[in-house]
Design a protein around this ligand. Structure first.
Ligand SMILES: *[C@@H]1O[C@H](CO)[C@@H](O)[C@H](O)[C@H]1NC(C)=O
Ligand SMILES: *[C@@H]1O[C@H](CO)[C@@H](O)[C@H](O)[C@H]1NC(C)=O
Ligand SMILES: *[C@@H]1O[C@H](CO)[C@@H](O)[C@H](O)[C@H]1NC(C)=O
Ligand SMILES: *[C@@H]1O[C@H](CO)[C@@H](O)[C@H](O)[C@H]1NC(C)=O
Ligand SMILES: *[C@@H]1O[C@H](CO)[C@@H](O)[C@H](O)[C@H]1NC(C)=O
Ligand SMILES: *[C@@H]1O[C@H](CO)[C@@H](O)[C@H](O)[C@H]1NC(C)=O
Ligand SMILES: *[C@@H]1O[C@H](CO)[C@@H](O)[C@H](O)[C@H]1NC(C)=O
Length: 428
């Protein structure tokens, strides 16, 4: 396990200033599923904002008294396989309506979702003594004191960031915290008393790409720059804890979908454009990221995670429903043990690349949240979220056409992803 003891700073290198000449500005993404076109607004307006809030610490005393069972840190425990247990006593961990940092794309109860069971499931890993440690925001903030944790990736990683800051906000004692969106790509939460920072940085394809503007997500085609990561890396190179993710943007939504890859640059006059399979594009990104981490990460300072693929539930026939309904009106998990619908091969690839860093003593911990999320066909916003574009008549007639079965309602599934993160930070 990575040791976080030393305070040695990361080498600061010159940041290559690069111009991405090909951003395409539209504010929603069109995803193609098996040739069917569905519009899912993933774009969220990051208005420049600065919020300050004061909160009472209702549960503070209770939380401090009960420490989690240390057993949970045992190596042989396997948090990624288990089952959902209905538990309306300990769940939800916070109120979605009260969380200051809630995002409209995942604010299901605010946008009219009336059933509540989806907020009341706890993840129970298989095996004795393998319970997930009980989340304690104060202990986490003590751990993050004078530190910076940053989530780097796409809107699913932002989903996890929102979940974590809501979990923390719900129990900060006479809290002083602050959210400050420094610019569109960086969302920042700070617990002032602890000088603890929890950020999200938008970088959906990890490399520099034409998807780099968080408000700009209608991309007819995607372009990555094979050798450009510095601009993004400058946003996370000083972090103490980094959680990367990247999955949905690489998936193939129609048979002929390919990734464009740019080498060199227009400025240097050696720009070259190539086209590869989406999965090969993912490998190009992994390779560059791995190389960067190997050359720049101070293993004594920085702890690195990669969040596993977040499954989608757009094809109801996978669990015995009608495809045309997608995940509409689902109110309960899939109970079939071992249910799998996602593509597990991408994380296997990621594991291979990251494995090459072990010889340098750099360990990238995978948060293997795929299987637990697979069961949760009931966990998505569907139509209960902010629509960033007015719905057409046709859409209103056919709710499945715009139902979001990709992101996750909060409180909900990503809270468990954060329990994994917490467990690793505290015990592993
Ligand atoms: C843990 O999960 C892995 C797959 O990730 C599996 O191969 C292994 O058998 C599991 N171990 C236990 C103790 O459940
Ligand atoms: C919790 O669930 C149980 C069993 O379904 C139910 O009887 C009880 O009323 C619920 N409590 C709350 C607070 O929702
Ligand atoms: C506050 O935290 C940042 C990391 O986010 C660190 O660089 C800085 O030194 C801390 N400030 C103090 C006064 O310790
Ligand atoms: C905003 O984000 C861009 C892209 O990551 C970065 O280069 C720039 O320095 C940021 N601006 C500010 C004011 O932080
Ligand atoms: C990291 O820590 C180890 C053991 O504490 C020490 O030997 C090594 O010099 C440190 N590396 C750096 C780059 O500070
Ligand atoms: C979903 O629920 C609504 C309201 O209860 C109902 O009108 C609609 O027919 C249901 N749709 C499906 C696909 O089950
Ligand atoms: C994640 O866990 C699942 C079991 O839930 C396993 O099949 C898969 O291989 C694991 N993936 C990685 C990358 O460890």
């Amino acid at each position: 396990m990575t040791n976080l003891s030393s305070q040695v700073g990361v080498l600061r290198r010159g940041v290559i200033n690069s111009l991405v000449a090909f951003s395409i500005i539209v504010s929603f993404i069109i995803l193609f599923y098996k040739g069917q076109e569905v519009h899912v607004a993933i774009g969220v307006k990051h208005e420049h904002q600065e919020l300050q809030a004061k909160m009472a610490a209702e549960h503070h005393e209770q939380l401090r008294g009960k420490l989690p069972v240390p057993d949970a840190g045992q190596e042989e425990c396997n948090w990624s396989t288990g089952q959902w247990v209905y538990d309306n006593v300990s769940r939800p961990l916070y109120s979605g309506l009260k969380c200051t940092f809630m995002f409209p794309e995942v604010a299901c109860d605010k946008y009219g979702r009336k059933d509540v069971m989806y907020q009341q499931w706890r993840w129970q890993p298989h095996g004795h003594g393998c319970d997930l440690p009980r989340f304690d925001a104060i202990r986490l903030l003590e751990k993050l004191k004078n530190k910076r944790l940053v989530f780097v990736g796409d809107s699913l990683n932002r989903n996890q960031w929102v979940s974590l800051v809501c979990m923390v906000e719900a129990s900060i004692p006479d809290a002083r915290h602050k959210m400050h969106s420094i610019n569109g790509s960086l969302l920042s939460f700070k617990a002032l008393e602890y000088n603890a920072t929890i950020d999200f940085y938008w970088s959906p394809l990890l490399l520099e790409s034409n998807g780099d503007s968080p408000t700009v997500q209608w991309l007819e085609y995607k372009i990555i720059r094979a050798d450009r990561i510095e601009k993004h890396a400058s946003a996370w190179r000083d972090a103490d804890i980094i959680i990367f993710n990247s999955y949905v943007w690489w998936r193939k939504h129609k048979a002929d979908m390919r990734m464009k890859v740019m080498y060199g640059s227009f400025e240097d006059g050696d720009a070259r454009l190539n086209e590869v399979e989406m999965i090969d594009g993912f490998e190009i990104a992994l390779k560059k990221l791995t190389k960067w981490l190997g050359e720049n990460i101070d293993k004594n300072k920085t702890r690195i995670f990669f969040a596993g693929s977040s499954p989608t539930h757009s094809w109801a026939s996978n669990w015995g429903g009608e495809d045309s309904n997608k995940c509409l009106n689902e109110t309960e998990p899939i109970y079939k043990d071992g249910y799998k619908g996602a593509d597990y091969s991408m994380m296997e690839k990621a594991k291979l690349y990251f494995g090459t860093l072990e010889e340098k003593g750099i360990h990238i911990q995978i948060l293997n949240i795929t299987e637990l999320s697979e069961y949760r066909k009931d966990g998505h916003p569907t139509v209960f979220r902010k629509q960033f574009h007015p719905l057409t008549k046709e859409q209103i007639m056919n709710p499945a056409s715009y139902a979001d079965c990709i992101h996750w309602c909060l409180p909900g599934v990503p809270d468990v992803w954060n329990e994994f993160l917490y467990g690793y930070l505290m015990y592993k």
